[in-house]
Design a protein around this ligand. Structure first.
Ligand SMILES: Cc1cc2nc3c(=O)[nH]c(=O)nc-3n(C[C@H](O)[C@H](O)[C@H](O)COP(=O)(O)O)c2cc1C
Length: 196
């Protein structure tokens, strides 16, 4: 049976591994075909931040690649997919993509997504940002990437960290074109006297 959407998900070594993990879990629930690449620093950061293991991620993915597997199908523009997400995305990986340094499968698949005009969503996590970071992110945006730092929104009145994480992940799924239900901003209900 054909899966709903084919998605490439990469996780790199920035803080916020939970974003990649949650996205993977939700993509699994949405019955998509998941092509997963996890950098070595991501595995390290995941061990610091969560109780999840690389094995757990591997089990949820349909295809699991090493970042050194530069000959994988997803390294080619002839591999058609519905979008690539890097969550979380380091400055290191964002910089490689911005300057076309495609020496690992994550940067190569992202480079290919851009050249083939496919969707590339980058949950870049670093703070504060110096001018070099900012110009890299501007360059990525100008090249067609969606630069989406995982900055939480508070209007949905989150009560838990999970609420915050899920809201951002739902926004990513929205961007990938999935039909998902979550707490959307419905506009302010103003009292009569406040309208004019
Ligand atoms: C616990 C931990 C947290 C880190 N957090 C960040 C971060 O938020 N943003 C970032 O750009 N790099 C962060 N780093 C550094 C990256 O992991 C490092 O630059 C690494 O070389 C990135 O490689 P990758 O892009 O292949 O995953 C962190 C490293 C560790 C160990």
């Amino acid at each position: 049976m054909k899966k709903f959407k084919k998605i490439i998900l990469a996780m790199t070594g920035a803080s916020g591994q939970i974003y990649g993990i949650r996205l993977l879990e939700m993509l699994r629930d949405l019955d998509s075909e998941i092509h997963l690449i996890v950098s070595k620093p991501a595995v390290l950061t995941m061990s610091v931040e969560t109780d999840k293991t690389e094995d757990y991620l591997r089990r949820l993915a349909d295809y699991y690649y090493s970042p050194s597997d530069i000959g994988a199908a997803i390294a080619s523009g002839s591999f058609k997919h519905d979008g690539m997400v890097i969550a979380p995305c380091t400055i290191n990986t964002a910089s490689s993509i911005a300057y076309g340094i495609a020496d690992n499968l994550i940067a190569r698949a992202a480079d290919v997504a851009l050249k083939e005009r496919r969707k590339l969503i980058l949950l870049v996590r670093e703070t504060p940002l110096h001018q070099g970071h900012l110009s890299t992110l501007l360059k990525l945006s100008q090249m067609g990437a969606i630069v989406m730092p995982p900055v939480p929104a508070f209007y949905a009145k989150p009560k838990t960290v999970d609420d915050l994480v899920n809201h951002t992940v739902y926004r990513v799924l929205d961007m990938l074109g999935f039909d998902v239900e979550y707490e959307r901003w419905k506009g302010l209900i103003l009292k009569d006297k406040e309208i004019d």
